[in-house]
Design a protein around this ligand. Sequence first.
Ligand code: SF4
Length: 303
Amino acid sequence: MMRYSWEEFARMMGVEPQVLENKEARLLKKFVDDLTYPSHCKFCQGLDLSNLNPVHHPSYELTPACNHDCIFCYSNVAVKLGNAPRPGYYGWDNPKAITVSQYGEPLLSPRIVEVNKLLRERFPDARLDLQTNGSLLTEKLWRKLDFDIVMISLDAASREKHLAITRADTFDRVVNALKIVGSDKSVRSVVRTIFMPGINDEDIPKIAELAASLGVDEMMLQPLTIHELNVERLRKAGLDFDRAESIKELLKAAMEAKKYIDVRISGCLLAQLKRMDALTLFGVRRVAREVAPLVKRERMELK
Ligand code: SF4
């Protein structure tokens, strides 16, 4: 039996081989191969694809309240549905990393410094990650805090766009928070940005440039999860629902940001993308819809 190379076979079928090649797909593949996991994702069960029901890092919840009202936020949805976790530790003994917090704005709580100390004492070997919108962070407060990673959310590169997304006029304060953490080299500083095509595509490289200029170490670019209760607000803000589900679009945004900053994309997603070939990556979509966010970890009393 005659054996043909795929190029010869394509020509016999009347197709020029380069038509079957997709340069953009190969570029995406190379980009994904080279990407490293976000610092925050290290030790998360989401990176282990053999785990069929991974749970997120342990967290300490301080308050479900927030001074921002972001159009995509799962925490607001949880508050509206009445299933936001009550304050406390959601995890297990000997955690490798703890997030403060996954819901609400932890810096709104007067207990933040006390809880930070409690976690350090109770779990001296755990990495402590602060997840905040940054608007309440001041130099004075920062000196009292002790975290290993700090993630500050920023989804817009202008005051107006920030106001439209967060419903809060706090852009300058968030930028100031990035400056505070970016200039402290004892902490890993991360700007956390949600990709919302149609709303903030053009802002993403600008946020990357701004954060890098303030000394921020990393950008964690995350795909948008669309919660049913947020659909109308996202539509009004101009979300392109179709592109929000495209991996290619997310990766292209990450490539733009990479020109300025060490960009990473959500670890649990990246772990899957790294296993795909170029053409699958080019065409793959993710289900971006979710109804209700739930904490899958048990609350545990800390003694
Ligand atoms: S983005 Fe995914 S891998 Fe990273 S911490 Fe969250 S759940 Fe875990």
